[in-house]
Design a protein around this ligand. Structure first.
Ligand SMILES: NC(=O)c1ccc[n+]([C@@H]2O[C@H](COP(=O)([O-])OP(=O)(O)OC[C@H]3O[C@@H](n4cnc5c(N)ncnc54)[C@H](OP(=O)(O)O)[C@@H]3O)[C@@H](O)[C@H]2O)c1
Length: 320
C-alpha cells in the first residue's frame, strides 16, 4: 500500500510517499481501506522529532485518525464488521496510508449520512473538547473562554459550550476574519491572542479550555473567576513557564484550579458513545465539521507546511 512515512524528523520535507506492506489483522484487530485521513496538530509534533523519546523512529507513518471501510478482521472480532464504514483511532501513528489497523475497540460505526471527511474532522477533536469541558465541570450558565479556538479542538469546544448553555463563549484568535467564523459557530466574544477583547468582553471566566499554553499561561490564570477552572488540553505555544504555579498561589483566595486533560484517561465505552453522539449531532446539523482543505495523500508535506504556517482554520484532511 502507499503510505507517508517520516524519513527525517524536522521540517515537512522529511515526509515521503512510499510503498509499504499492508497491515494484517491480529486477534482483536480490524483493517480498513482509508477514505479520509485527519491531519492533526499532534502529527506535526511527532514529525518535528520532539517526541523521539517516546519511541518514534525514522519510517514512522504519522496520523491518528482515519475513516473508511472495514476489509478484514482478526480472530475474535465479529465478522459482520466487514464492509462497514467506520471511524478509527490509530493511536499516535499509522494513519497516513491507504490501509490502517486498530483494535476493534478503537472503531466507531459511521452513520450513512456522515462523510468520512467530516468524521476525521470531528472524531477526536470533538471528544477532546467534550471531555475537557466535563473535566472542567462546566455547567449551564457559566462563562467559557476557548484559548486557541481556530483549531479543530477549539472549534468543537466553542460549539459544545454554546450548545451547553454557556452564558458567554469567548475565543482567542489571531484575526478578525477568524473571529467572524467563530461567531458563526457560537462565539459571543472575540479576543486577540493576548486575551484583549475590548471593553465588552468579560474580564473573568468560570472555565478556560486552553489549547495553547506557552509563556502567556500565567496571564490566563489571572482571567479565572473565583472557583474558575483552566484545563490545558494542548501546548501549541510550548510549555508554560516553570513557575506558573506561583501565579495560581498568588490568587490563593480565588480558589482557582489549573488541570491538564488527556483523552487517554477516558475509558473506551464513554469515548465511543460520545463520538457516536457527535456524529449523530453532525448529521442533524447541530455540530459542524470545519474542513480547511482536502488534499491527496501525496500532499501530506504541503498539509504540514500549512499547519506550520498557522494558516489552517479547522482541519486538513488527506484522501488516498
Ligand atoms: N488533550 C488531548 O487529549 C489531546 C488530543 C489530541 C491533540 N491534543 C493537542 O491539541 C493540540 C492541537 O489542537 P488543534 O489541532 O485544535 O490546535 P491547532 O490547530 O494546532 O492550534 C489551535 C490554534 O491556536 C492558535 N495558536 C497557534 N500558535 C499559537 C501561539 N503561539 N500563541 C497563541 N495561539 C496560537 C492558532 O489560532 P490563531 O492563529 O487564530 O490564534 C491555532 O489555529 C496539540 O497540542 C495536540 O497535542 C490534545
Amino acid at each position: 500500500m502507499r503510505a507517508v512515512t517520516i524519513e527525517r524528523f524536522g521540517d515537512p520535507s522529511g515526509l515521503v510517499v512510499t510503498d509499504v506492506p499492508g497491515p494484517v489483522p491480529g486477534p482483536g484487530q480490524v483493517v480498513i481501506d482509508t477514505e479520509a485521513i485527519g491531519v492533526g496538530g499532534v502529527d506535526a509534533v511527532v514529525r518535528r522529532g520532539t517526541l523521539s523519546g517516546f519511541g518514534f523512529t525514522a519510517g514512522t507513518i504519522p496520523g491518528s485518525e482515519v475513516a473508511g471501510t472495514v476489509t478484514a478482521v482478526g480472530a475474535g472480532v465479529d465478522a459482520s464488521w466487514t464492509g462497514c464504514r467506520v471511524w478509527m483511532f490509530t493511536g499516535t501513528s499509522g494513519g497516513y496510508a491507504e490501509q490502517a489497523i486498530a483494535p476493534v475497540g478503537d472503531i466507531v460505526a459511521l452513520p450513512d449520512e456522515m462523510s468520512s471527511i467530516d468524521a476525521v474532522t470531528l472524531g477526536n477533536s470533538a471528544a477532546v473538547a467534550h471531555f475537557a469541558l466535563a473535566h472542567a465541570r462546566f455547567t449551564t450558565g457559566e462563562s467559557v473562554l476557548v484559548r486557541g479556538a481556530a483549531g479543530s479542538i477549539g472549534i468543537a469546544a466553542v460549539e459544545l459550550a454554546a450548545r451547553g448553555g454557556a452564558s458567554a463563549v469567548a475565543v482567542t484568535t489571531s484575526s478578525e476574519k477568524r473571529g467572524e467564523r467563530l461567531r458563526e459557530l457560537g462565539a459571543t466574544h472575540v479576543l486577540d491572542r493576548s486575551g484583549d477583547g475590548g471593553a465588552n468582553a468579560p474580564a473573568l471566566y468560570d472555565v478556560i479550555i486552553d489549547v495553547v499554553a506557552g509563556p502567556d499561561t500565567p496571564a490566563f490564570i489571572d482571567r479565572l473567576a473565583p472557583n474558575g477552572r483552566l484545563v490545558l488540553v494542548g501546548a501549541v505555544a510550548g510549555m508554560p513557564p516553570a513557575d506558573f504555579g506561583t501565579r495560581l498561589l498568588s490568587g490563593f483566595q480565588q480558589s482557582r484550579s489549573v488541570a491538564t486533560f488527556s483523552l487517554d484517561t477516558v475509558p473506551a465505552e464513554p469515548l465511543d458513545t460520545t463520538r457516536a453522539a457527535h456524529f449523530a449531532a453532525a448529521v442533524r446539523g447541530e455540530m459542524h465539521a470545519v474542513v480547511h482543505d482536502v488534499l491527496p495523500l501525496d500532499a501530506a508535506a504541503d498539509a504540514h507546511r500549512q499547519m506550520d504556517a498557522g494558516t489552517v482554520f479547522g482541519r486538513i484532511v488527506l484522501v488516498p
